[in-house]
Design a protein around this ligand. Structure first.
Ligand code: CO
Length: 173
């Protein structure tokens, strides 16, 4: 098991739209990969991690949804080839990203989404989510499409966000 390097804003792989994976091809490496992704995500207190955030051009991500109580373990969702098939309701909330550490900005997201994906056993799933899970699904699917949450920031706030990123980048490894 290993804690992996998380790619940061500016690295080209974060801007790649990732093609769907062939489940059978990645299945042998999947248990190890998911364990490493989970460990990495936990180590940096993230809610989700997409494969391109650890430098892999695979259309898959994990979400670690915090438990209700602090002592509860997070619930892990593995989403392979995810696709948002329905969405409704909008809300502006603060968001962050492991690839832009230190930055928090308000973005508009759907409050209710339905996602289709393969789970870690290769089984097709369809799931409706609200709240933080709905946000996490959108954030991770965006990553797999080469998008970052800062793309969704209100245009009026973008110059300020750019300034903050410039300062933060000097501190990233
Ligand atoms: Co992110």
């Amino acid at each position: 098991m290993a804690i992996l390097h998380v790619t940061k804003y500016g690295e080209p792989i974060l801007r790649q739209k990732l093609k769907p994976v062939d489940y059978q091809k990645i299945a042998p490496q999947l248990p190890r990969l998911l364990k490493d992704m989970e460990e990495t995500c936990l180590a940096v207190h993230g809610v989700g991690l997409a494969a391109n955030q650890i430098g892999l051009p695979l259309r898959l991500a994990i979400i670690l949804l915090p438990g209700e109580k602090e002592e509860d373990p997070p619930k892990r969702y593995v989403i392979i080839n995810p696709k948002i098939v329905a969405k409704q309701g909008e809300k502006i909330e603060e968001e962050g990203c492991l690839s832009l550490p230190g930055l928090w900005a308000e973005v508009k997201r759907y409050t209710d989404v339905t996602v289709e994906f393969l789970d870690e056993t290769g089984t097709p799933k369809k799931m409706r989510a609200r709240g933080l899970l709905a946000k996490a699904f959108q954030h991770e699917v965006d990553h797999l499409d080469g998008k970052l949450f800062i793309d969704l920031v209100d245009p009026k706030s973008k110059p300020e966000v750019k300034k903050i990123i410039k300062k933060l980048r000097a501190q990233w490894d």
